[in-house]
Design a protein around this ligand. Structure first.
Ligand code: GLC
Length: 453
């Protein structure tokens, strides 16, 4: 029943470049160096704590390096889970002044649902753990320690998904909303521009001197200070609502049904349904949620005319008409018809590839907001490519899948394990890598790309 993915196609146009062994050792070393005992940070200095969706991808990579560390990674993440089910986007397991906003800004200690033993942020991130465990199961169903982990974590993941459906889907549509751009994981995407612009920052506090990210990464790759004011305005708002979703819903200017977040939720629901028989769990609630979500994503976010999926802004009550890689993720969720998948493929090869750009830019190259070096507004991300690869394979689009996979492998082997990469043609390899270096999910998913044939 649990079939491993089979890789059988190699694209001729994108060839491997360097001996694999060096980079493979490099990837292992990054994961071990970034491990802080029980959990792994995304990148030294820039991101010094445990981030949620990073932690899922990292656990998958660690499962090729050190199984115990992989299992600990997941257990540590769920130590931060709130009693209402929310899985926070950051666990501050230790003190580190190199990040803003830290635990004092979030102030979740006063919130009745926050855990007592770990300081956490007060928002969430895409729910990846269902599909991460499902992929591990391909290799580990006979491993009693894996089954033990699954038995322990499975109910917590269902609790998280239940939190999302019960608190983030006010009209009972089957689509959950995010109330901060950081919840999407695609923090600086042009998707959020309009909603963020509705926030009046004239009297918001200036946090520019508190930012730590600009000490590590060039300002031209990072969000502006004006945008940081808006991000912190939202955090202050959530805190003033004492993290009550009901109150936040009434007052928040940013409520978006994001295609990527919902695609990941659907894929994880599906994974949990597939895993349920392994540990004798009832999957009827998951099936009900998933059926509704799949229909809603197609009804509300799909646009037949342009052949693409778009986010929906619940405050403005309209679609967000921007073509970004989030809109390709229904392939990963498996919710498209073969015709829809063909239309997405067409968009991938025209709007994103635009001749010789490296797949897959995080924003379509012909969008006015496209910027090849700015965080989530153009650069290639390895985790997006990894999900896109699995999505394309799912629809038998093997040629495009192979391009995406080989491009990802070449990027890290030629330019290093960076956070993101300039997709423009003609850029020299030493200039392509951007953002944080020694980036954990680039290392982790590189390993998965290599092993997942
Ligand atoms: C950035 C990314 C986010 C990631 C975090 C830690 O904020 O946008 O997706 O989780 O870094 O790597």
């Amino acid at each position: 029943m649990l079939q491993p993915f089979i890789y059988f196609f190699m694209e001729k146009a994108v060839q491997p470049v360097t001996p694999l062994a060096d980079a493979r050792d490099g990837a292992r070393k990054i994961l071990l160096d970034n491990n802080r005992g029980g959990y792994t940070i995304p990148s030294p200095r820039l991101y010094p704590f445990q981030w949620s969706w990073d932690s899922g991808f990292i656990a998958l990579g660690l499962s090729y390096v050190d199984k115990t560390k992989a299992f600990d990674e997941i257990r540590s993440m769920f130590k931060g889970q709130w009693s209402n089910g929310m899985l926070p986007h950051i666990n501050f397991h230790h003190v580190d002044e190199n990040y803003f906003p830290g635990p004092d800004v979030w102030g979740t200690k006063e919130c009745p649902w926050a855990p007592r033993k770990v300081a956490t942020s007060g928002i969430t991130q895409p729910p990846v753990f269902g599909f991460i465990l499902r992929l591990m199961a391909d290799r580990m169903t006979d491993d009693p320690e894996f089954i033990e982990l699954l038995k322990e974590i499975y109910p917590s993941i269902v609790h998280f998904h239940r939190y999302l459906y019960e608190n983030r889907d006010p009209y009972d549509e089957g689509l959950v909303y995010i109330h901060h751009n950081w919840e999407s994981g695609t923090d600086n995407s042009p998707l959020w521009d309009e909603a963020l612009d509705t926030i009046d920052v004239s009297s918001a506090r200036d946090v520019s001197v508190l930012r730590r990210d600009l000490k590590t990464v060039d300002a031209d790759q990072r969000p502006t200070n004006e945008n940081y004011k808006r991000y912190i305005y939202l955090v202050d708002l959530f805190r003033s609502c004492n993290y009550s979703d009901k109150r936040i819903f009434e007052r928040c200017p940013f409520l978006v049904q994001d295609v990527l977040f919902n695609s990941i939720l659907i894929r994880s629901n599906e994974a949990l349904i597939e895993l349920s028989s392994l540990i004798g769990q009832d999957d009827s609630e998951l099936r009900k949620w998933n059926q509704k979500s799949i229909a809603a994503l197609n009804n509300k976010c799909w646009d037949e005319q342009t052949g693409f999926y778009y986010d929906f802004d619940l405050v403005q009550n309209k679609r967000i008409p921007v073509i970004v890689s989030n809109g390709l993720m229904p392939l990963f969720a498996g919710v498209c018809t073969p015709q829809q998948a063909e239309q997405l493929k067409h968009n991938l090869l025209s709007s994103f590839k635009n001749g010789d750009y490296l797949l897959c830019p995080s924003c379509a190259v012909d969008e006015p907001s496209f910027n090849p070096v700015k965080y989530w507004r153009g650069p290639v991300w390895i985790n997006v490519n990894w999900m896109l690869y699995h999505g394309l394979k799912r629809y038998g689009l093997n040629e495009e899948a192979a391009i995406v996979k080989q491009t990802s492998i070449n990027l890290v082997e030629q330019s290093g394990f960076y956070e993101y990469f300039d997709p423009r043609p003609g850029i020299s390899n030493d200039k392509r890598g951007l953002g944080g270096n020694c980036f954990s999910w680039s290392a982790a998913l590189y390993l998965d790309f290599l092993f997942n044939f």
